[in-house]
Design a protein around this ligand. Structure first.
Ligand code: SF4
Length: 390
């Protein structure tokens, strides 16, 4: 039985689908761009949506639900996006959710988009995709379409801890599959970018930071040099939102990202990026709560975070480290708090509460199987040398 077919995954998927019900369908705009100057810009192009979202995966994710679009519409969105950028950047992120997934972006659409990109002075094209959709053939085909440019492939893995990815994030993917995807990208001559989540449900604040640091170390050991940290936003129509309603999820403040940046060595920090630090507008955006700090320092924290990204000057980190406010002290207190129970128990309580009115009778019916599975997974996790959650 694969991880994706396990009772834990099936239960989490049912919950994910249940809570996504009722999302309004949005009509994709003709183009959607974000420009950050000469270094970097983003062009989002529409697709029929992420298949993992439709399946119910990813407890924190809701990028909205759009109708299916043709290859011609995708290509035109990239063309129109390029035309509307104030400046063509060195690195251009051009993406839907899973660009290498043929169910979402057909080979015809990919070829058309890359033919458009080939005519631009962009030096690096960056696309996002699910690790399971990565193949040597697809990467090599795209690279051949943009001679002289480099290709970055961004993978949303969220964590290197299988237990947390399966039970807390419901991304049904193993570390072996992640390693394989990264090695495939590297062997094909492209550059792996990896996204990690800060604010995984069910983890305490200290566990979140420990686990993220361990994931960063594991990725650096695999030769990944571009690691992007994503603070969790509480989005409407997600499992995370339901957990927050049940008082079983407390969002991490922006201090978590600050703490992480402050706590890693400068040579590690150079490999770290971050995104979704503030509220982000995008097509199909649901009601969301971004990570916060107290109002009195919010602008300073955000501005110092962006200043560090732009300059890589450790002075900005020193200034962040020196900021002292009641909300920072509150977060430090939270970091020192020990969780009330072991992680598997917190998850079981959460899953039972989520099933409550959403899936009546489900938890009671499968309780023993779910307990058996989470106990087995936990035993395996605790045998891992780098494991930070036991
Ligand atoms: S996090 Fe990525 S894979 Fe998961 S549902 Fe969202 S877009 Fe899809």
């Amino acid at each position: 039985m694969s991880q994706a077919d396990s009772i834990g995954a099936l239960t989490l998927n049912l919950l994910g689908r249940k809570f996504r019900q009722g999302r309004p369908l949005f009509a994709p705009p003709a183009q959607s761009v974000r420009s950050y100057g000469a270094a970097y810009a983003e062009i989002w192009f529409p697709s029929g949506g992420c298949h993992f979202d439709a399946k119910g995966e990813c407890t924190m994710c809701n990028y909205g639900r759009s109708r299916k679009v043709s290859a011609a519409t995708m290509i035109e969105a990239v063309r129109a996006g390029l035309a509307s950028l104030p400046i063509i950047p060195k690195t251009l992120w051009v993406s839907a959710f899973n660009v290498l997934d043929d169910r979402e972006v057909s080979p015809e659409a990919r070829r058309g988009i890359f033919a458009v990109l080939e005519t631009t002075p962009v030096e690096r094209v960056l696309l996002e995709t699910h690790p399971l959709s990565v193949t040597t053939e697809k990467i090599q085909e795209l690279q051949a379409l943009i001679p002289g440019k480099s290709l970055g492939i961004e993978l949303g893995i969220e964590t290197m801890a299988d237990f947390a990815r399966k039970w807390c994030i419901n991304k049904q993917l193993t570390k072996q599959e992640i390693r394989h995807a990264i090695a495939t990208i590297q062997a094909a001559g492209a550059i792996p970018y990896v996204n990690l989540l800060i604010g995984t449900p069910f983890l305490s604040a200290a566990e979140c930071l420990r686990e993220t640091r361990a994931s960063i170390e594991a990725l650096l050991a695999l030769g990944v040099r571009d690691i992007c940290l994503f603070p969790t936003h509480v989005k409407e129509f997600t499992v995370v939102e339901q957990l927050a309603r049940l008082n079983l999820y407390q969002p991490l403040p922006l201090w978590a990202l600050v703490e992480l940046l402050v706590s890693v060595p400068p040579e590690t920090r150079c490999s770290l990026y971050y995104a979704w630090v503030t509220d982000v507008d995008h097509p199909g955006k649901p009601v969301s709560i971004p990570p916060r700090t107290g109002a009195e320092v919010y602008a300073d924290v955000v501005s110092l975070l962006y200043a560090y990204l732009a300059t890589r000057d450790d002075e900005q980190i020193a200034r962040l480290a020196a900021l002292r406010t009641p909300c920072r002290d509150e977060f430090c207190t939270r970091l020192a708090q020990k969780p009330a129970s072991p992680l598997p128990q917190r998850i079981l309580e959460g899953v039972e509460a989520l099933c409550g009115s959403a899936l009546p009778g489900h938890f009671e019916r499968y309780k023993q199987e779910i307990i058996q599975e989470i106990t087995n997974d936990w035993e395996i996790a605790c045998q891992e040398t780098h494991h930070q959650l036991c």
